[in-house]
Design a protein around this ligand. Structure first.
Ligand code: PLP
Length: 407
């Protein structure tokens, strides 16, 4: 949690609303700012920090946006999203999640991230408890806390290849629990929940009358197991908000477009939030997204294949470093190695010190465990994104190995 520091500008003190004291952040962006600053000074940095595909948006998607501009998709549009895009998303979801949904089930937003926010705003009251994965994407915790809910971390363990211990999860439920957040494939561990996990979590949600907010932005980047959505489990459609987007699947992070799929009466309410926040998602972006869904999926399939290959490469190289233990990811583009022994052997207090050392001494950017939600375990971990070239992976891991051996 960061605190809004007191600042002054032109002699006047900035006083903020108290709620700014409890707003967290994505500290990964701070590390990236350091990387940019070092590079600007001429430093040669191999970055494993970035949470976005290193591929460019495919040309046919860019062309659709250019066409949309020429066709004057430059005005406000419906807050819920263009009907033709919602129709295409519904068809995609019906196909990939095996449930019949229509455009009335879909709300488009400028990214999956705003949808996480809107879903919690719409469903969670102050004082309600929200269970979220830890290590996990930090926004779940920061948004839950910010809206006055109580964020309850559920531990993911290395031993279970970064999935939930379902019994432990059930043990966290109290009469105040309102929602469980799922993220599979997962940032930062590359872990994945399988269909059998989903069935057990669904049973817990149904028995305790809970909402499930499932963040499925990495659904198309899976390696050895088929993607499973809790939305596919009978009885879950009425209590699930599934959130997905175009950032990761189509290398469209900067375009800002994502969406939620949920029951139609909730979709209307999420759309009301969109009216208040964004009015609508950029129209030319929506037309590009429509093209992404309706044209060849080959570029996405090729990207996922590259990530699969790199997952093996980076896991193997990390496991060759003394003191480093790395579980092979099941999806997304992250590895989350255990560096407890490496830190101890190098005389570094924790993963934060290791990250500092690697950045300043080895020219390698990685993120510490503390970037990913409240810590529940004694071990030290770092996250490496392998959304970077094979050459960078080989060179970056070589540098890490050398820097650790030098201490
Ligand atoms: N959810 C997870 C788990 C992510 O890792 C990210 C981005 O890193 C997002 C959501 C944000 O997606 P978007 O770019 O669609 O807002």
């Amino acid at each position: 949690m960061t605190s809004a520091a007191t600042t002054t500008w032109e002699g006047s003190r900035l006083t903020l609303a108290r709620r700014m004291d409890i707003l967290g952040t994505e500290t990964a962006f701070d590390v990236l700012a350091r990387v940019h600053a070092l590079r600007a000074q001429g430093a040669d940095i191999v970055s494993f920090g970035l949470g976005e595909p290193d591929f460019e948006t495919p040309d046919h998607i860019k062309a659709a946006c250019k066409r949309a501009l020429d066709e004057n998709y430059t005005h406000y549009g419906p807050s819920q999203g263009l009907p033709e895009l919602r129709q295409a998303i519904a068809a995609y979801f019906s196909r990939t999640r095996g449930i019949p949904v229509g455009p009335e089930n879909v709300v488009v937003a400028p990214g999956a991230k705003p949808m996480l926010f809107s879903a919690m705003m719409a469903l969670v009251n102050p004082g309600d408890e929200v269970i979220y994965p830890s290590p996990g994407y930090p926004i779940y915790e920061s948004v839950a806390d910010w809206i006055g809910a109580v964020s309850v971390p559920a531990r993911l363990t290395e031993e279970s290849e970064w999935s939930y211990d379902i019994e432990a999860l059930a043990g966290l439920i109290t009469p105040r629990t309102r929602a469980i957040v799922l993220n599979s494939p997962q940032n930062p561990t590359g872990g994945m929940l399988l269909a059998s996990d989903m069935e057990q979590i669904a049973r817990i949600a149904i028995e305790n009358d809970l909402w499930v907010i499932t963040d499925e932005v990495y659904s198309q980047i899976v390696f050895d197991h088929p993607f499973a959505s809790i939305l596919s489990v009978p009885g879950m459609a009425s209590r699930t908000v599934a959130i997905d987007g175009f950032s990761k699947t189509y290398a469209m992070t900067g375009w800002r477009i994502g969406y939620a799929v949920c029951r139609p009466d909730l979709a209307v309410q999420l759309s009301r939030i969109e009216t208040n926040l964004h009015s609508c998602t950029a129209m030319m972006t929506q037309r590009a997204a429509l093209c992404a869904l309706e044209s060849s999926q080959e570029p996405s399939i090729a990207m996922a294949a590259a990530f699969r290959r790199r997952a093996s490469l980076i896991t193997d190289l990390l496991n060759e470093i003394p003191g480093v233990k790395c579980v092979k990811p099941r999806g997304a583009f992250y590895v989350f190695p255990n560096v407890t022994e490496a830190c101890a052997a190098a005389g570094l207090a924790d993963a934060n010190q290791l990250c500092d050392y690697l950045l300043t001494e080895a020219g390698v950017a990685v993120l510490p465990r503390t970037c990913f939600g409240r810590r529940l375990e004694p071990q030290e971990y770092i996250r490496l994104s392998f959304a970077t070239s094979d050459e960078n992976i080989v060179e970056g891991i070589r540098r890490i190995r050398k820097a650790l051996a030098a201490r």
